[in-house]
Design a binder for this molecule. Structure first.
Ligand code: FPP
Length: 247
């Protein structure tokens, strides 16, 4: 269900950052920050429903995150599996559709099993779509799309001469997901870190110093309010966007 208000973004994508620092500031192990980060995921899903945001994408694990210490990667996988197992009934009750983007085939079998279950069980819902970016990287996505596109050309399903963004973008992981309108990154870092590079071409960016475990509904609402004040020109001039003057 698309958002009816122009000041409410149709799709918010979030780079959840700062779990490690949140824990370190409290003398806790990093994984405690991730555990608190899962609580924020719950809070943000609820806040999206309340604010009427129809699509949310969460950058939960990047292709580069495998380079983290083995223990931390294992704990993150465990948290994901546990979240999906524990939360599925609530997601169904709240009519939240789950989608994934990324090389899901390379995620651990236990996580894949819960993801398959969640995606299947929520496929008919449309009130809120939660997209989990897992083993995701924009450059890997581009390579996967280019390979799939080349294979389609080789199979005679499409023609190289007919290439357009509309046609090529059907081969991205996000083929059926609208582009993000607002990208938020928490924890004060101002980087895009290989996240939705093509899809965010015209997105507005909001960077907040708040660490992900502390991110609350009010912070999401503040980011949306900032977004609402921005003028999105999509390459046009400010004058072209103003309603034509009546004489
Ligand atoms: C970044 O913080 C966070 C991550 C790499 C993992 C995010 C994962 C979760 C919040 C939990 C699982 C997600 C779901 C959807 C249930 P960081 O560790 O890089 O923080 P730092 O920069 O302070 O070290």
């Amino acid at each position: 269900m698309p958002s009816t208000s122009l000041s409410i973004p149709n799709h918010v994508a979030i780079i959840m950052d700062g779990n490690g620092r949140w824990a370190q500031q409290r003398g806790l192990p990093r994984i405690e920050g991730h555990r608190r980060g899962v609580e924020t995921v719950r809070t943000v899903i609820k806040a999206c429903r309340e604010l009427g945001i129809p699509y949310i994408t969460l950058y939960a694990f990047s292709v580069e995150n495998w380079k983290r210490p083995k223990d931390e990667v294992g704990a993150l996988m465990h948290l994901l599996e546990f979240f999906l197992k524990k939360e599925l009934a609530n997601l169904i009750k709240d009519k939240v559709r789950i989608l994934t983007i990324g090389r899901i085939q390379d995620m651990p079998a236990g996580v894949r099993k819960q993801l398959d279950k969640a995606v299947e069980a929520t496929a008919a819902f449309s009130d809120l779509t939660l997209v989990l970016a897992l083993n995701y990287g924009a450059r890997t996505e581009m390579i996967d799309a280019a390979r799939a596109y080349a294979a389609a050309i080789a199979a005679g399903e499409t023609k190289l001469d007919d290439t357009s963004w509309e046609k090529f973008s059907r081969y991205l992981y996000t083929a059926d997901i609208p582009d993000p309108d607002l990208v938020i990154r928490t924890s004060g870092e101002m980087r895009i870190s290989n996240f939705l590079l093509l899809q965010a071409a015209y997105a507005e960016f909001v960077f907040t110093p708040v660490l992900w475990p502390d991110f609350a509904k009010a912070d999401l609402a503040a980011a949306v309010a900032t977004y609402a004040k921005r003028e999105r020109r999509f390459g046009k001039t400010s004058e072209q966007l103003k309603p034509a003057a009546t004489s």
